[in-house]
Design a protein around this ligand. Structure first.
Ligand SMILES: Cc1cc2nc3c(=O)[nH]c(=O)nc-3n(C[C@H](O)[C@H](O)[C@H](O)COP(=O)(O)OP(=O)(O)OC[C@H]3O[C@@H](n4cnc5c(N)ncnc54)[C@H](O)[C@@H]3O)c2cc1C
Length: 354
């Protein structure tokens, strides 16, 4: 039977949940507080790296278990959307200065033991064969060939267009004031009832305001036609760890900084200097790059830094995607569908439901 599904929030989680319901033939209506051309959500800022292995440097093994087949899940979605989306699966690199090779070795063995893999350090010449734009002969690296990346702005745009082209409704500029069971109240006090309401509001969360926190990140987008980097590179550095994620048309995202603060203010001068300096350390030609934008945003996280599905029946909240919104949302969206339509929980992932 066709169900009436209300979704609050059009970040990557809300859109993917909407997409999955729509594919099953249900009627989807999304409410998004921002105007269409002025989306300020975390998903637009996100770098879109799909890095289950590299994330083991900072994250719980559970993130690896949840995200290891993310690339396959994205491949299917992108094939079905049939739109032009920058999605690459050429792997990614962690690099480190030769003096810090011991640290890189210990990162490598941590990743190997958690993921039961057999990664090893590659020489500088092999590294520069993979990415000739790397200048320094003093860098070593580890190559994770099963990782990938997706352009966050393009996938958000494609999913929104796909949904509206296929009879789903997205109400932009429409803030939800309250959700009670399967009824939501809009700002003008209008009430709307659904079979299921899925709250995907990130830091705008209603249900769990007290236990969700923001973790700030900053990104600089540059146009650098002189640089030819083809896959995400993370620089492991004790003071200035950064990542560089290539996008199409000679643009690059240079990002880092994980600050425990719900601070949405613009990028600081110190961060900008450190990010840009580190990029030049990797490839001197970044010094001639042109800055397109500086963005900051906050990642929605629970205290355990894991995603959670809370509530049941009429109102389910999906939140806490933290650093892993792109890595994990294809799986998380499937778990929401199973919970709503089949009342089914994945027994192996009991820590997600509460
Ligand atoms: C700098 C940075 C880099 C990142 N890099 C990566 C990466 O490389 N890989 C990765 O996997 N993840 C990455 N992330 C994390 C990822 O971006 C987030 O996990 C993800 O965007 C969270 O998505 P979401 O849909 O839960 O929340 P959001 O994207 O915040 O979406 C929530 C939506 O709900 C709307 N909303 C809120 N309240 C209301 C309301 N009351 N009524 C109506 N609408 C409402 C908001 O306007 C917003 O559009 C990064 C994040 C940052 C900040």
């Amino acid at each position: 039977m066709k169900k009436n599904i209300g979704i609050v929030g059009s970040g990557i989680v809300g859109l993917l949940v909407g997409y999955k319901f729509q594919k099953k033939g249900h009627r989807v209506t999304i409410y998004e507080k921002d105007k269409k051309l002025n989306l300020t959500n975390c998903s637009i800022t996100g770098a879109g790296m799909l890095s289950p292995f590299c994330e083991l440097i900072h994250s719980d093994k559970k993130i690896f278990d949840l995200g290891f087949d993310s690339i396959l899940r994205w491949k299917e979605i992108i094939k079905d959307l049939n739109k032009k989306i920058f999605f690459k699966t050429k792997g990614s690199l962690i690099i480190s200065h030769k003096e810090e090779v011991a640290d890189l070795e210990s990162i490598c063995s941590r990743i190997n033991s958690y993921s039961r893999s057999n990664f090893s350090l590659i020489s500088n010449s092999k590294l520069r064969k993979l990415e000739p734009a790397i200048d320094s002969t003093d860098l070593n690296g580890v190559f994770f060939k099963e990782e990938g990346q997706i352009d966050s702005e393009q996938i958000i745009d494609s999913l929104s267009r796909y949904l509206t082209e296929n009879n789903s409704i997205i109400n932009y500029g429409c803030e939800v004031k309250q959700i009670k069971n399967n009824t939501l109240t809009l700002k003008d006090n209008e009430k709307k009832s659904f079979d299921h309401i899925i709250e995907c509001t990130g830091l705008g969360s209603q249900r769990s305001k007290s236990d969700i926190r923001g973790v700030r990140g900053e990104i600089i987008k540059v146009f650098a036609p002189g640089v030819k980097i083809s896959r995400p590179i993370r620089l492991n550095h004790f003071r200035y760890p950064i990542y560089i994620a290539p996008r199409e048309k000679d643009t690059y995202l240079i990002g880092a900084t994980e600050i425990e603060s719900e601070d949405f203010s613009p990028v600081s001068v110190r961060s900008a200097i450190e990010l840009l300096n580190s990029s030049i350390f990797i490839c001197k030609r970044f010094s001639e790059a042109r800055i397109i934008s500086l963005s900051s945003n906050c990642r929605p996280a629970y205290s355990d830094n894991l995603p959670h599905l809370k509530g049941k029946d009429g109102h389910i909240s999906v939140n806490g995607l933290f650093r892993h919104g792109y890595l994990l949302s294809p799986l998380i969206a499937d778990l929401v569908i199973d919970l709503c339509l089949k009342d089914k929980k994945d027994k192996n992932l009991s820590y997600i439901y509460n």
